[in-house]
Ligand binder design. Structure first.
Ligand code: 13P
Length: 257
């Protein structure tokens, strides 16, 4: 058994306006009453425009929910129209931010250089990056899924300190499993999550490798989270669709029983 606290993060993607987001987070707070939240960290990642509302609801209700954003600017401030900085997110009490989600890589052309800069911007603002990595179908079919994913990992964390590496969260999300209902088998998830931890060990040593939480993402539901969590190197889940329903996401957070 590791000492790593499981982390269940809900990536709302571009769903739910602030009123709908408020309803979801309040209902999630109620549903989590039946979950031992000392044993699992529950995180929501709403669209930017919902974050202030989520902050207010979490603080007012003292809800056992942390929150963050789905993206961050690589820049600190200034003439970057449409972007949101790490310090703006930190000022809203955000603690996490996903970086390099496959949808950012695919639709916004974010490469390793951009991803690496965003990881550094997150740390500079005191946020914990959830660095997303994972292969498309062709790479898996060609048997290159591990090397492809590790190249994204190593590019994304290049130049960070061991201290920073220790707090980062890595999410392994095979692209073919995202939103398709086709979840990776627990063994497939374990293979790549272990390879990620081994790579962290080579780069930053045992202490970092043992501390970092590696999540699996891609069609996670309450019915499959338990078998994924049974694997030694899977420390949580990054959940899309199933995080939009309070009861289902609370079940995922309460997977232990
Ligand atoms: P789904 O859970 O909807 O497959 O999405 C996964 C994901 O992309 C989370 O970031």
């Amino acid at each position: 058994m590791s000492n790593r606290k499981p982390l269940m993060a809900g990536n709302w993607k571009m769903n739910l306006d602030w009123k709908q987001g408020l309803a979801l987070v309040e209902e999630l707070g109620e549903q989590l009453a039946s979950v031992d939240t000392s044993k699992v960290e529950t995180v929501v990642l709403p669209p930017f425009v919902d974050i202030r509302t989520v902050q207010t609801a979490v603080e007012a209700g003292k809800l056992p929910i942390a929150y963050g954003a789905q993206d961050i600017s690589a820049h600190e401030s200034g003439a970057y129209t449409g972007e949101v900085s790490g310090s703006m997110l930190a000022a809203l009490g955000a603690t996490y931010v996903t970086v390099g989600h496959s949808e950012r890589r695919q639709y916004h052309g974010e490469d390793e250089q951009v991803t690496g800069a965003k990881v550094k911007a997150a740390f500079a603002a005191g946020l914990v990056p959830i660095l997303c990595v994972g292969e498309p179908l062709e790479e898996r079919q060609a048997g290159r899924h591990v090397e492809y994913t590790l190249a994204q990992l190593e590019g994304g964390i290049e130049g960070i300190s061991a201290e920073q590496a220790k707090s980062i969260v890595i999410a392994y999300e095979p692209v073919w499993a995202i939103g398709t209902g086709e979840v990776a088998t627990p063994d497939d998830a374990q293979e790549v999550c272990k390879a990620i931890r081994d790579s962290l060990r080579r780069l930053h040593g045992d202490e970092v490798a043992e501390a970092v939480r590696v999540l699996y993402g891609g069609s996670v539901k309450s019915s499959n989270v338990g078998e994924l969590m049974d694997k030694a190197d899977v420390d949580g889940a990054l959940v899309g669709g199933a995080s939009l329903k309070a009861e289902e996401f609370a079940r995922i957070a309460g997977y232990q029983g």
